[in-house]
Design a protein around this ligand. Structure first.
Ligand code: MCA
Ligand code: AMP
Length: 514
């Protein structure tokens, strides 16, 4: 099955049903029906086709959450176009790598963010695209009121052009989503229509999402948690969604009060923020909620417990990756066990392997290998990285975990030294390389330090000629990388602890005390 087929029951069979509450192009919050979304999809497809976009092309977006991303996604899926999401917090260097690798026709972004694009990057202004689609709607209306054929002259030809539809199968790539390896250089996971369909179906069934649900979407749509889980579960189930530009903890409670969602997906940092709610308000919110889901980073057991006390709900924790979408989930019915990610989703095989690649059958920890229709086919233009990650149809996640006798899986760490802060990934190597380019820095090691709100925060240990000037380093780095990657502290050390072979032993660095 491809994605347009998955969406058909919502977009066409429920055309009159309210589908989405979000800011329109004029900034006012309004509700769109599924039928309106299908019409917006068609206009966006025509606008893209008029710009020369064809099946197999890549189109990137670098935007905070807004309806245009949904229009783009729906149009691209129908046209066989591959969407390349870019984190809106990224800066020129980070974007340049993605754009250079994916070679999209253009990046759809705002005039403000266009300033962060590397020089000579083709970009289309999202506001101009939306205005063009709105004008198309007006023209369509005018044409419908008159005799279409009579007014179609050369100028109008493009605007009344046919909606471009391509042949799309479950193996057609739907998105290239960039995720870093230990080198810090991001690779594009090629996720197909079939991957998204398998993931959406598994989650809708496992979490029993129905058309009566109301989903509050505050996760960014440029990562798979928001895009692969949120958007796909919404469209697959035909439920109602409220889309906000981004999670703002000062406003989140007001959204819950006014919208009365039944469903929320978040990263642990969002749940920590929600714990600030006064108890009465939290109880009222909890009374109309059905399900809170957490993922992208470990949910501390004490947050799960504090949230249960405050909201009367046990957060359901699940585990996934960009390359695989969702693999493992705590059950909707039955025990949601704190500190564990639950059991493999239907259709997903999880095997725990030792260093030699042999299956571990007792409760000893090993690397999680996964297999299923949810797992990507490989990395864009990187046969070497694809070959290293896949073995006999299994994908090596790099995550370390153990399976209890009753099947529950507990994650214990990662093979790489990835830091996850607020649900965003940080590869120490990338920051270390930038620090080494700073004057006076001779050696650098970046580590994740525990933080109650963000889970982990990056801290840099430096061997340098002079005491590090934190402000100067921050100013320099801020221009080069997303703000969530900035080290929160710089610690000067005489030397980095190293093995006889010269490898830095980060666990032997002095503990950081703020
Ligand atoms: C954070 N900032 C943002 C956004 N999020 N800016 C624009 N758009 C965003 N979406 C910036 C702020 O401007 C600020 O920048 C800094 O981040 C911290 O913001 P603050 O308001 O203090 O945020 P918070 O209350 O601490 O919450 C942060 C957050 C954010 C909203 C939880 O970390 C977030 O959206 N995380 C979600 C990440 C995600 O979707 N991960 C899924 C990856 P400054 O520092 O310059 O002031 S997919 C994945 O991992 C796998 C597959 C999986 O299993 O899901
Ligand atoms: P990404 O590289 O953005 O695809 O992030 C995927 C990584 O996030 C996984 O490999 C895990 O290390 C981590 N992750 C996702 N969900 C969880 C979870 N529930 N608990 C711990 N780590 C998680």
């Amino acid at each position: 099955m491809n994605l347009p087929e998955l969406y058909h029951a919502s977009l066409h069979d429920r055309a009159e049903q309210p589908a989405l509450e979000a800011a329109a192009s004029d900034g006012t919050v309004r509700t769109f029906t599924f039928g309106e979304l299908a019409a917006r999809r068609d206009r966006m497809a025509r606008a893209l086709a008029a710009r020369g976009v064809r099946s197999g092309d890549r189109v990137a977006f670098c935007l905070p959450n807004r309806v245009a991303i949904i229009d783009l996604w729906l149009a691209a899926m129908m046209m066989g176009v591959i969407v390349v999401p870019i984190n809106v917090l990224y800066k020129g260097r980070e974007i340049a790598h993605i754009v250079g690798d994916a070679r999209p026709r253009a990046v759809i972004t705002t005039a403000e963010h266009a300033a962060d694009l590397p020089p000579n990057t083709a970009w289309w202004c999202v506001d101009a695209l939306e205005r063009e689609c709105d004008a198309m709607r007006e023209l369509d209306r005018a044409l419908d009121a008159h005799d279409r054929r009579a007014v179609v002259d050369g100028e109008h030809q493009a605007r009344v052009s046919a909606v471009p539809v391509a042949e799309v199968t479950s193996d057609t790539p739907a998105a290239l989503i960039y995720t870093s390896g230990t080198t810090g250089l991001a690779k594009g996971a090629v996720l197909t229509h079939g991957n998204f369909v398998a993931n959406a179906r598994a989650l809708v069934a496992a979490w029993q999402i129905t058309a009566t649900d109301r989903y509050l979407a505050a996760l960014p749509l440029f990562h798979v948690h928001g895009l692969g889980n949120g958007i796909q579960c919404w469209l697959a189930s035909g439920c109602h969604m409220k889309l906000v530009a981004r999670f703002e903890h000062e406003r989140a409670l007001a959204w819950f009060d006014a919208y009365r969602p039944t469903l929320f997906f978040g990263v642990p940092t969002m749940y920590v923020r929600l714990l600030d709610a006064p108890p009465d308000r939290a109880r009222t919110i909890g009374a109309h909620m059905r399900l809170f889901v957490s993922g992208s980073a470990p949910l501390p057991a004490q947050v799960l417990e504090a949230f249960r006390e405050r909201y009367g709900h046990v957060i359901l924790e699940r585990y996934g990756m960009t390359e695989t979408l969702m693999n493992v989930s705590n059950p909707l019915e039955g025990e949601r066990r704190a500190g564990t990610v639950g059991v493999p989703l239907p259709g997903v095989d999880v095997d725990i392997r030792d260093e030699s690649g042999a299956s571990i059958t007792n409760e000893t920890a090993g690397e999680l290998w996964v297999r299923g229709a949810n797992v990507c086919h490989g990395y864009w233009d990187r046969p070497d990285a694809t070959a290293a990650a896949f073995h006999d149809g299994w994908f090596r996640t790099g995550d370390i975990g153990a399976r209890a006798a009753d099947g529950y899986i507990t994650l214990q760490g990662r093979r790489s030294d990835l830091i996850i802060s607020g649900g965003f990934n940080i590869y120490p190597r990338e920051i270390e390389e930038l620090l080494l380019a700073e004057p006076g820095v001779r050696e650098a090691a970046v580590v994740g330090v525990a933080d109650t709100v963000r889970g982990e925060i990056p801290v840099a240990y430096l061997v340098c000629d002079h005491a590090p000037d934190a402000d100067a380093l921050t100013t320099s780095l801020r221009a080069q990388i997303a703000s969530f990657k900035l080290p929160r502290a710089y610690v000067r050390v005489d030397a980095l602890p190293r093995t006889a072979l010269g490898k830095v032993q980060k666990h032997l660095l002095p503990p950081y005390a703020p």
